[in-house]
Structures are given as structure tokens and as C-alpha cells.
Design a protein around this ligand. Structure first.
Ligand code: FNR
Length: 347
């Protein structure tokens, strides 16, 4: 451990020591044999901060507003599948940690505990991450299960239509909120698993338009990296986007998310909420994302390192660490409010 605050890498080391090798590999894996995750992390490091001492802070706060809710800080937990794989506390433990640290959470479509039970443990509204279920009828069933559980926003993830078998799940861990696994049409010899298989079940822009009509809560699209896609999402009336390359886990050779974020912010131009994830590893990274114009950030692997290390307590410590680092960065750069971070120039 370095410095005065525990760095998140400390939890990564603990998690690696505790998890079976195949589970650690599943958690850390990406599309580029490690290169994509490093690329994302390095992207945030490219930008530097200038200290601004002697500024008297004016009622400093990390609070922000999101769809009519007040958040104590802008750090959200990204959807991560099968959390009982990492610790028996699972998604419910993650929700309890959010209670302790006023965190926000997106529950994955592939959660390993019932969405109603997870929402039932939370003291604040949770969001639900929706994976397209092959067709509208099946997608609607999952959507309504989440809405009936009381989630306050839906996040459709669109960047992972092609599923790679990253590991065999152990007995007792499964996506309990899905009716049954997607039935894939049997392929004829010579047919493509990608074109004739997975992609026949992937959503399209028409499906996004349909989903916008079905949701009476805010709808966000997660996994966008192109300005035209951001503009189309806004044109369809969605309330937000999550700029993300899925932590580098899907398409190999994408740019660092930090590199494309300014263009995405310019394209969105305040017309919807803009969240960002992939490679955010410190409160300084959170600060930089906000300085570039994001409204909030999501973290993926780091809170799972905490979950694997110490269950719900570990997740709470990870959120607290990021909050402490964000506050420290605000203090050292002379910034009192998140809205003022946006005025800070990065070097
Ligand atoms: C994910 N991610 C993810 N995204 C999603 O929309 N639904 C899901 O079920 C999952 N599952 C999942 C499992 C694991 C093990 C990881 C590491 C990630 C992607 C996640 O929401 C987020 O976009 C990235 O994790 C962000 O990058 P970092 O913070 O992990 O670098």
C-alpha cells in the first residue's frame, strides 16, 4: 500500500490471492490479452492536474443531481454479472455497500441473485442493466421483472451482442433473473456462428425506439463510442448514454475511452446525461472524467476486487477510497463543487 489512502490496487492483489485462477481470469480478461484494459487505464493517466493552493473552499461537496435524485457523489457501480462467483455476498452485498457509502448501482441482467431481493436491500433507487433477450417479447418479460422490482432507470447495453464463453460457471451460480437461456437456432454446416447465430438476436436502432416507448423511467444506452451513435440516441428520446468500451472486454483495438470522451461530450452538448466507464481506477480519474464533461462515472472491476476481498465491506471500502481521493483532488485543485470541476483545464 502506498501513500496515505489505500490504493485500489491493494484490493486487486487481495482479490487475486483469494479467487480461483479461472474466476480471476474471467474478471480481469479483456478482448486484447490485457492490452485493452491497460489502454483504458493509461488513457486517464495521459491527462495531468495542476495544483491550485490557497483557495478557500466554499461549502465543498461532491453532491450532484441525476434524474431528480440527489446523489452524494458521482461514482456509480457498473453492472457486473454473476457476483456470487466472487463472494457469497453477491449483488445483495454490493447493494448493502452502496447503502453504507451512498453509492449508486446498476444491477446486471446476468445478476446471480433475484433483482427484487437486491432492490429490497437497497436504501436508494437502483438502476437495471438490460441485455436484449433475442426478441421484443422476451426482452419485455425481463424489463417488467426489473420495473416491478422498483428500479428507477433502465440501461440497455448494446456493445456486447456477440457472447464469448469466458468461463464455465460453477454449480449454484447462474443468471437467475432470465426465464431461460437464449435458444440459438441450430446452424447448418457452413453457416457462421456470428452472422447466422448471435447477430440474428442482436438489437437494432428500431428496437431502441421500441424500448423507449416501453419504459416509463429514464432509458440510457451503454456501450457507445461514436458521436453519431450518441446523436442518434438523443434523437430517439433516450435520457442518457454511458460512454464505454465494456472495460475493453468486447471489441479488440478500441481507443481509450478517455481519448474519445471530449468528442462525445461535444456531441451530446448537454442534451442528455453522459456517464463514462472503463479503466477508472482512482478519484483522480473520476475528477478528470468530470473535468472533460461527464456527469458521473461508473467503475467495474475495482469494486469486484473489494467484493472478492472482503464481501460487502470490501465494496464499501472501495467506494470510500474513491470518494476520499476525489475529495482530496478537489481540495488540492481548489474546487468546491462538481460543476466547478468542469471549468478545470487538464494538461
Ligand atoms: C462486466 N461488464 C458488464 N456490462 C454490462 O452491461 N452487463 C454485464 O453483465 C457486465 N458484466 C461484466 C462482468 C465482468 C466480470 C466485468 C469486468 C465487466 C462491463 C462493466 O459494466 C463496465 O462497463 C466495465 O467493467 C468498466 O470497465 P472497468 O472499470 O472494469 O475497467
Amino acid at each position: 500500500m502506498k501513500g496515505t489512502l489505500p490504493l485500489l490496487s491493494h484490493y486487486a492483489q487481495q482479490a487475486q490471492a483469494k479467487l480461483p485462477a479461472n474466476v480471476w481470469h474471467y474478471l480481469q480478461s479483456d478482448a486484447g490479452q490485457g492490452a485493452q484494459q491497460q489502454c483504458n487505464e493509461a488513457g486517464w493517466q495521459t491527462h495531468k492536474l495542476i495544483p491550485r493552493p490557497l483557495q478557500a473552499l466554499q461549502q465543498p461537496s461532491t453532491g450532484c443531481d441525476m434524474f431528480g435524485e440527489h446523489w452524494a457523489h458521482p461514482i456509480m457501480l457498473a453492472p457486473v454479472a454473476y457476483q456470487t462467483l466472487f463472494h457469497v455476498d453477491g449483488e445483495i452485498g454490493t447493494a448493502v455497500a452502496c447503502n453504507a457509502q451512498q453509492g449508486q448501482m446498476m444491477v446486471s441482467s446476468l445478476a446471480s441473485q433475484p433483482v427484487a431481493d437486491i432492490v429490497g436491500q437497497a436504501q436508494q433507487p437502483l438502476w437495471f442493466q438490460l441485455y436484449w433477450q433475442g426478441d421484443r417479447a422476451r426482452t419485455e418479460v425481463l424489463l417488467h421483472k426489473a420495473l416491478n422490482a422498483g428500479v428507477s432507470a433502465i440501461v440497455l447495453t448494446v456493445d456486447a451482442p456477440v457472447k464469448q464463453a469466458l468461463m464455465d460457471l460453477p454449480k449454484g451460480v447462474s443468471a437467475v433473473n432470465l426465464e431461460k437461456p437464449l435458444a440459438m437456432q441450430a446452424l447448418q454446416p457452413g453457416q457462421s456462428q456470428v452472422f447466422d447465430g448471435w447477430m440474428t438476436q442482436a438489437p437494432t436502432w428500431e428496437d431502441v425506439a421500441w424500448l423507449r416507448q416501453q419504459c416509463k423511467v429514464p432509458l440510457l444506452i451503454k456501450g457507445l463510442m461514436h458521436v453519431d451513435d450518441a446523436k442518434r440516441t438523443i434523437a430517439l428520446g433516450c435520457e442518457g448514454i454511458v460512454v464505454s468500451n465494456h472495460g475493453g472486454r468486447v471489441l479488440d483495438s478500441t481507443p481509450a475511452v478517455a481519448a474519445i470522451l471530449p468528442d462525445m461530450v461535444a456531441a451530446v452538448d448537454g442534451q442528455c446525461k453522459l456517464l463514462v466507464d472503463s479503466g477508472i481506477r482512482s478519484g483522480q480519474d473520476v475528477f478528470k472524467a468530470l473535468a472533460m464533461g461527464a456527469d458521473a462515472v461508473c467503475i467495474g472491476r475495482p469494486y469486484i476486487w473489494g467484493l472478492a476481498s472482503e464481501g460487502a465491506m470490501g465494496v464499501a471500502k472501495v467506494i470510500r477510497t474513491l470518494r476520499d481521493e476525489l475529495e482530496m483532488t478537489m481540495a488540492l485543485t481548489g474546487v468546491s463543487r462538481l460543476s466547478d470541476i468542469r471549468q478545470v483545464d487538464l494538461y
